[in-house]
Design a protein around this ligand. Structure first.
Ligand code: NAP
Length: 497
């Protein structure tokens, strides 16, 4: 179940939010510590409008992430008076709190008690024991919200889920490392998870109910759901869940694809086993490190030195580089006669450039790498020449500036931006501002956010054919989808980016 956290300063505000998310939620948590004047609210009207929606009553203190700053006596009184006001289904009392009269009043009205504890500093060593000890009377629901600070912490949280399978509980991971546990709550066995459009402002890692339901397929998850994902740091901004998850829906696959914030690859590998992750994508900064953990790698991984796709199999991890084919897919459509002999300039010499230069050179193009940092460009060209057995003439480099601009003219059939210039938040940067387009070039921007960069806008205005980074993103994801599931996504389908 998804419970919407109500953090409005007044009840009408909370009702508005409930109406907006009604079809995605199974209940709500009223954070009464956010109400400006609980005594002055229209409670009968609120409960009437709420109907049968289950409601948790919570009055959180600052040390537990809340706003209630008055005395414990005042908190006890407020709990008692709010219980009188209407039909709460649950009340959240922290594990250490002793309010016998509140408990008695709650039990007399059939209100179930959630016994909670919060740890904003990490994952306690004895999490399983702590959760079990929260239950005071039969029917109490233990709740723990913990903050994993590393992949190791996250792995311990997964262990707690395994060890507490026999307990009806609410178990939450907060923050970037805990995000996957929030999203995987039904798969892991948390009785509910919390969600709010207020996001991090309310609790670290909180996600809005619509995204949780529609992107992360919350209501179709079960303990049998297959898990896929993407690793990186940072990773929560990734668009990949928005491509893979709708693909599972479309093809009727019981799967979910989630972002895993990772600090050390070696600490993520136990998580792969514990969750039986059937495939994971790899992004910055792990693409070049991950091949070292793979038992098998395809040519494109060895050629580029980078891997963005991992499939765990019985005899180890298999590493793929789908960026190479993803980069080529729109080019094959743009140059149906093939790329052999094409003269292409690639601006940039980072990870994305490696895939682009390898792909172009392998297909027979002549490539000029243009990069401000000479040693990076030199190393990239040397690596690709060696991997493909090519002479220096086929893959060469130059620094930007006058000489660079002059040389680009010899390679201007295709101009590729593989730098981060133009990418949000650097939207006002243009990787080739000093050169005007003639209209004869095909211009390819690997940047996909924003969709249309300044660089592409200029190219379009000059009459050039353009290729969007989004086209590459989709193509590389389709191949990943096939590697993970053995099923093909329809390339013409429009997925929500
Ligand atoms: P990266 O490894 O950090 O490389 C960044 C490159 O940009 C470097 O060559 C760097 O030059 C250059 N650069 C950055 N700021 C610059 C500036 N102000 N002036 C001149 N050069 C600058 O990044 P990456 O992983 O290659 O990613 C690059 C872009 O490709 C990102 O926008 C990423 O989202 C996109 N990408 C898209 C796809 C897709 O599917 N469409 C796939 C992969 C990547 P120096 O070497 O001189 O520092």
């Amino acid at each position: 179940m998804i419970f919407l956290v109500l953090s409005g300063a007044a009840l009408p505000e909370n009702l508005k939010e409930i109406r907006a998310y009604k079809k995605h939620i199974g209940g709500a948590e009223l954070r009464a510590d956010f109400l400006a004047d609980p005594g002055g609210e229209d409670w009968p009207g609120f409960f009437q409008a709420l109907g049968e929606l289950p409601l948790i009553l919570t009055l959180r203190k600052p040390e537990d992430g809340g706003r209630f700053c008055e005395s414990e006596d005042r908190r006890r009184e407020l709990f008692l008076s709010l219980l009188e006001k209407g039909n709460f289904r649950y009340i959240d009392l922290e594990g250490g709190v002793d309010f016998p009269d509140v408990e008695e009043a709650a039990r007399a009205k059939g209100v179930r008690i959630i016994r909670s504890f919060h740890d904003f500093t990490g994952v306690p060593e004895d999490l399983t024991g702590r959760v079990r000890s929260l239950v005071r009377k039969p029917g109490d629901i233990p709740k723990a919200a913990v903050m994993p600070k590393s992949c190791r912490d996250f792995a311990r949280l997964i262990d707690a889920f395994r060890d507490l399978q026999d307990v009806t509980k609410i178990l939450l991971g907060m923050g970037q490392f805990g995000f996957a546990a929030r999203v995987l709550a039904p798969r892991l066995g948390s009785w509910l998870t919390f969600a709010s459009p207020a996001g991090d402002a309310l609790a670290p890692g909180l996600i809005d109910p619509r995204t949780l339901d529609t992107v992360y397929r919350y209501h179709s998850q079960s303990p049998a759901t297959r898990v896929f994902g993407i690793i990186g740091s940072p990773i929560l901004h990734s668009k990949s869940p928005h491509i893979h998850n709708p693909g599972y829906t479309k093809l009727g696959i019981d799967g979910v694809y989630v972002p895993f914030h990772v600090d050390r690859v070696e600490d993520f590998l136990p998580v792969v086993r514990k969750l039986n992750i059937e495939g994971f994508s790899v992004t910055v900064p792990f693409k070049e490190e991950i091949p070292g953990f793979c038992a098998h790698t395809e040519d494109a991984v060895r050629g580029t030195g980078a891997c963005n796709t991992v499939k765990p199999r019985e005899d180890g991890l298999y590493g793929y580089n789908t960026d190479v084919e993803g980069f080529l897919a729109p080019l094959r459509a743009a140059f149906p006669a093939g790329l052999s002999g094409l003269r292409a300039a690639v601006i940039g010499a980072g990870g994305a450039a490696r895939s682009a230069v390898y792909a172009l050179a392998r297909e027979g193009a002549r490539v000029l790498v243009v990069n401000r940092t000479a040693h990076r460009a030199r190393r990239l060209c040397g690596d690709i020449q060696k991997a493909l057995g090519l002479c220096e003439e086929r893959v060469r480099w130059v620094r930007p500036g006058e000489q660079g601009l002059a040389l680009i003219e010899e390679y201007a059939q295709l101009i590729v931006n593989s730098t981060t210039m133009g990418m949000s938040p650097w939207e006002d940067l243009d990787p080739l501002a000093a050169r005007a387009f003639r209209g004869t070039e095909t211009v390819y921007d690997m940047v996909y956010s924003p969709r249309e960069t300044l660089f592409l806008k200029r190219a379009l205005a000059a009459g050039c054919a353009v290729i969007y980074g989004e086209q590459m993103l989709m193509s590389q994801a389709y191949r990943q989808f096939y590697v993970y599931t053995g099923k093909e996504l329809d390339p013409s389908a429009a997925y929500d980016l």
